[in-house]
Design a binder for this molecule. Structure first.
Ligand SMILES: Cc1ncc(COP(=O)(O)O)c(C=O)c1O
Length: 405
């Protein structure tokens, strides 16, 4: 080993600390991450020969494997091959990329859209392309890591305000020098807690203080609004109340990639300045075609959104009646608070042993002592399956002392 193990080099120390944590979880047989799936079949996943009911999926409308989406991906693969000739701005743009962007803009009700090969890169690239030294970015404390990293990369002044607290946001806005460029950025649905941002008040404040607003809809497309069109539909907003509509193609949309939708001037600016777009390879054609077909399926099969929303209500109510703390979740992301990391690991392990595939989220991804199961319900679950999962969580909760025995 090239680096000293005596703690004298902080980089080596950091590596050692993380590996020690992983080793310790593995020794206790509590390390449940990155288990390779041997088969994925609708709402079931097979791991180590055990077929489990899926309660960790982002595919909120159960579109993974949908025949129309599969067919679109296959046709694209046959027509254009497995990759592209490079970055979008040079040889990487195909007809399918343009069609995907047109579909996104139509779905979102915006003038234009651009698609990138990753949601993470979309946030990183967009925020850092919009802001620079002397600007100010104001971000909810629970925003996704890709937003945080974009803010840090932008070199602007980075202010974080207390989660979903609009008084704290107003205070932050009021303190910004009047001439500074200002961007407020938020998740629509928070990815660890499953609660929804107070967007109407945030919009009012952005208009009052002349700040641009960027909203990450990774977990709200397909989820919020009567027909799953997201935050604008849910709150009855004007699409231009949000300046920068960000979303991913990796959750409800069962593909890969990210996008920005908005006014054509914004999208044109980003096409020429977002480094993750200009200097990174284009989305593979099959992924672009699958994503386009997925937006169409959401509109063609609105019963999926209805089923999801009914399942969300049933699941949250049932967990709360069993005595679990699910924070303020109103969406398919349902935290089941366990407390310390070991309890969350153990609850997840016990659940998996009873054929429910759920995963623990521990610090630093969430604050210390709020380790949890992050249980995701989808349109694909039946009521009987939700009951089955809740029974298993209750038994596990009692076994580790999260619920009274
Ligand atoms: C709120 C939010 N934004 C952005 C991303 C990044 O998207 P992707 O996984 O598609 O890169 C995620 C993914 O976990 C997310 O939860």
């Amino acid at each position: 080993m090239a680096f000293p193990r005596d703690g004298s080099n902080p980089i080596a120390w950091r590596i050692e600390q993380m590996n020690e944590r992983v080793r310790s979880a593995k020794e206790q047989d509590l390390y449940l991450y990155m288990q390779p799936a041997e088969a994925v079949d609708g709402m079931h996943v097979t791991i180590n020969g055990r077929k489990m009911l899926q309660f960790a999926s982002y595919a909120y409308l159960n579109l993974l494997g949908h025949p129309k989406i599969q067919a679109a991906a296959r046709a694209a693969l046959d027509e254009f091959g497995s990759g592209t000739h490079g970055v979008r701005i040079l040889a990487g743009t195909t007809r399918l990329h343009v069609e995907l962007e047109e579909t996104i803009a139509r779905f979102k009700g915006t003038e234009d859209a651009l698609a990138l090969a990753s949601g993470y890169a979309t946030n990183l690239g967009t925020i850092s392309a919009l802001l620079g030294r002397g600007d100010v970015v104001i971000s909810d404390k629970l925003n996704h890591a890709s937003i945080v990293d974009g803010c840090l990369l932008s070199r602007s002044k980075f202010i974080r305000f207390e989660h979903n607290n609009m008084e704290a946001l107003e205070k932050a806005l009021a303190d910004v020098p009047p001439k500074a460029g200002k961007l407020v950025v938020t998740d629509a649905v928070f990815s660890m807690d499953g609660d929804i941002v107070n967007l109407p008040e945030m919009i009012r404040l952005c208009q009052q203080y002349d700040a641009l607003l960027m909203v990450d809809e990774a977990h709200s497309v397909g989820v919020l609004g009567e027909t799953g069109h997201g935050a604008v539909e849910y709150f009855g907003l004007d699409v231009n109340d949000i300046d920068i509509h960000m979303g991913t193609l990796s959750k409800t949309i069962p593909s890969i990639g990210g996008y920005i939708a908005g006014r054509s001037e914004l999208v044109s600016y980003l096409r020429h300045t977002v480094r993750a777009y200009v200097f990174s390879a284009a989305l593979p054609p099959a992924s672009a075609a699958a994503a386009k077909a997925s937006f169409e399926v959401i509109e063609e099969e609105p019963e999926r959104v209805k089923a999801l929303q009914a399942n969300v209500n049933y699941f949250i109510k049932g967990l709360q009646e069993r005595g679990f703390n699910t924070l303020n979740s109103e969406t398919p992301i349902v935290p089941i608070i366990a407390g310390d990391d070991e309890r969350a690991w153990l609850m997840a392990k016990l659940s998996q042993e009873k054929d429910i595939f759920v995963l623990p989220i521990v610090s630093p991804a969430v604050p210390a002592n709020t380790a949890r199961l992050r249980a995701n319900v989808t349109a694909g679950h039946t009521i009987a399956e939700i009951e089955q999962a809740m029974d298993v969580f209750e038994e596990a909760g009692k076994a580790v002392g999260v619920l009274p025995g």
